[in-house]
Design a protein. Structure first.
Lengths: 116, 113
């Protein structure tokens, strides 16, 4: 069964350090989403890609967060510098394509970030 | 602004019982309503979903009921099993907004044996 892959699964970093997360969507999925889930809450969208283009990054704190999907396949989310409030689960999801009106999003296992 | 409100926050049900989780939404432009199941330390898994032109959808022990006029939808878990113990999230999205999901706050379900 095809799955969304994410790494690392867990990351502990000190405040003001840089951290990066990687996501490999389900093969053939053109749309990729990064969500942040604070403990005890539902996920919230950070950024959305269609192929290599950003569709929506309105909720991405651009002073410290950046995301890229250079070849339209895998994606990297970076935080620099990390702050205590960034401690959360970072989830990647993918879906077939906006052009195909495909709604189903499939999530990866997430990266649990702890900032100390 | 919380666009999708979910209740209850937690739920305890006996094995074999029915779990019912409710969600209400505000934006009438939403056109897709999925439910996700999440186990501790894992990513959400798509459980079942419904479009607003359908009032009910059933898949195995899971049923979504949808009330468009009331802007509410609910998940029913029939014959609840201990393995169903997880956190359940309702969500909503609309095609015109890139299908990004707006999630409810989650319901922690505990099924007692």
């Amino acid at each position: 069964e095809a799955e969304v892959a994410q790494s690392p699964r867990y990351k502990i970093t000190e405040k003001s350090q840089a951290v990066a997360f990687w996501c490999d969507p389900i093969s053939g999925h053109a749309t990729l989403y990064w969500y942040r889930q604070i403990l005890g809450q539902g996920p919230e969208l950070l950024v959305q890609f269609q192929d290599e283009s950003v569709v929506d990054d309105s909720q991405l704190p651009k002073d410290r967060f950046s995301a890229e999907r250079l070849k339209g396949v895998d994606s990297t989310l970076k935080i620099q510098p990390a702050e205590l409030g960034d401690s959360a689960m970072y989830l990647c999801a993918s879906s077939l394509s906006l052009a195909l009106s495909s709604y189903e999003q499939y999530f990866g296992p997430g990266t649990r970030l702890t900032v100390t | 602004q919380q666009q999708v409100k979910q209740s209850p926050q937690s739920l305890i049900v006996q094995k074999g019982g029915i779990s019912i989780i409710n969600c209400a939404y505000e934006n009438t432009a939403f056109d897709y309503f999925p439910w996700y199941q999440q186990f501790p330390g894992k990513g959400p898994a798509l459980l079942i979903a419904i479009r607003p032109d359908v009032s009910e959808k059933k898949e195995g022990r899971f049923t979504i009921s949808f009330n468009k006029s009331a802007k509410q939808f609910s998940l029913h878990i029939m014959d609840s099993q201990p393995g169903d113990s997880a956190t359940y999230f309702c969500a909503a999205s609309r095609q015109t907004a890139g299908n990004k999901l707006t999630f409810g706050g989650g319901t922690r379900v505990l099924v007692k044996p």
